[in-house]
Design a protein around this ligand. Structure first.
Ligand code: SAM
Length: 241
């Protein structure tokens, strides 16, 4: 199997009924592939899993024995239906909850993975070190893919960006440097940290536009007016020493 094309196996989900934004399958595929640290997946948390499709990818494409599909906006019962349809209920555990108040034992997970979700709750000092990292065992890793910025926007581009992101949401978009500084400050002495820019930018947006989702059509319009030069996807890797 060509490891570069794993997301392609999930093409039936590249529709407006399933995708919740830029193609999370390509983001997740790249996130896993480019992890600079050795990772174990036995017990993996899919943090902010949405419709649990990223959890399905983790169950099928990694050695995970159990994947915990954890989300706030989508109910566990709803996710269980999709998980059952794929006969994956022995591998994926759907859970409804808030990332800022997780019900797990400390040091439980080998990996925590989060795609297009962490920016909604994790852009503040203290969250990572106090609410996320404690649940990973020593030697385990956290892998996060979030939309972000190539640089801080100025002038007209700033106005365009803020109009697109509608006020407070613009505060969730940060540069790779911003994420690196935050994480180094929070856990630099107990973790290895690496922050990269994703390579699947065009593909992830294109697949989202092609769904015809009304938000996708709006995003396409704003990106074509200049936002495509400003945005990126940030890939964050933290390994607990
Ligand atoms: C754009 S969707 C992405 C879902 C999925 N990871 C994917 O890529 O298809 C963002 C998800 O983040 C979740 N989320 C936002 N804030 C959260 C929080 N505080 N705790 C848990 N999940 C949260 C939402 O419930 C939503 O499903």
């Amino acid at each position: 199997m060509n490891i570069m094309n794993r997301a392609e196996h999930y093409k039936q989900y590249f529709t407006k009924d399933y995708l919740m934004g830029p193609n999370s399958f390509c983001l997740l595929d790249e996130l896993i592939r480019r992890n600079p640290y050795e990772a174990r997946y036995d017990r993996t948390l899919d943090l902010g899993c949405g419709m649990a499709l990223t959890s399905v990818f983790l169950a099928k494409e990694t050695p995970a024995k159990s994947v915990y599909a954890f989300d706030l906006w989508v109910s566990a019962t709803d996710n269980l239906k999709r998980i059952r349809d794929l006969s994956l209920e022995d591998r994926i555990v759907p859970i409804h909850g808030d990332a800022l108040d997780m019900p797990f034992a400390q040091d439980w997970f080998d990996a925590i993975v989060s795609v297009d979700s962490y920016h909604y709750f994790g852009c503040k000092e203290g969250i990572f070190a106090e609410r996320i990292l404690p649940f990973v065992r020593r030697g385990g890793s956290v892998m996060i893919a979030v939309p972000g910025l190539r640089e801080e926007p100025q002038g007209e581009l700033r106005t365009l960006f803020e109009t697109w992101a509608e006020g407070d949401d613009s505060l969730c978009f940060k540069t790779t440097g911003w994420w690196k500084d935050l994480l180094k400050k929070e856990c630099g002495n107990q973790c290895n940290i690496s922050v990269l820019e994703a390579e699947c930018y065009d593909e992830a947006w294109e697949d989202w536009f092609n769904t015809g989702h009304e938000y996708g059509i709006r995003d396409m319009e704003f990106l074509s007016r200049g936002l495509d030069k400003l945005l990126n996807f940030v890939m964050i890797y933290v390994q607990k020493k």
